[in-house]
Design a protein. Structure first.
Length: 174
């Protein structure tokens, strides 16, 4: 069980299909008084439109949601995941929550996997009609972008989501 005397804000990034959502759901079950937010929820629209204005709205909503949970004393662990593939995106999310962090420990973790493992996961999603085939190239092309981010990197190639969540738990308890 996690240390119950400290608060944690855990930002988890990685390319599409790497397992962020599934790992975060597992992590939420391992951490006391936890809440899980997925940045994709702020992009869930039809049609999916990426413009400067929609990017601004999404960032504002993410910042607002995270700040509200950080300011609520009933939550000890705030878990957030999103496809934050550039340092600028990660920096903007952090800058929006910085005033609300207080004594909360911030943990930035990147989930990675080798290309074959990622392709296997994505193909399963495609077979199950969870994703469309165009995700393969887009996700693989983004995979190297995470290598240069100054975060804790966790290779999930041979890990189950529960095993990955346990490793994250160990990281934040250090």
């Amino acid at each position: 069980m996690a240390n119950t005397t400290s608060r944690n804000c855990i930002l988890i990034n990685g390319t599409m299909g790497i397992g962020k959502t599934t790992v975060c759901r597992e992590l939420m079950q391992l951490l006391p008084q936890s809440v899980f937010l997925d940045g994709d929820w702020c992009w869930y629209s039809h049609p999916f439109t990426v413009t400067d204005r929609t990017k601004q709205v999404v960032m504002e909503n993410i910042g607002f949601m995270l700040q509200n949970f950080l300011q609520c004393p009933d939550y000890q662990n705030i878990i957030f995941c999103w496809v934050m593939d550039h340092q600028e995106i990660l920096d903007e999310v952090i800058s929006r929550i910085q005033p609300s962090l207080g004594n909360t420990k911030l943990h930035c973790i990147t989930l990675t996997a080798d290309a074959d493992s990622l392709l296997c996961r994505l193909n399963k999603d495609i077979e199950n009609s969870v994703r469309s085939a165009d995700i393969l190239e887009r996700s693989l092309n983004r995979l190297p972008l995470y290598d240069c981010l100054p975060t804790h990197h966790l290779d999930t190639s041979i890990l189950t989501p529960h095993q990955a969540a346990k490793k994250i738990l160990n990281l934040i308890e250090q």
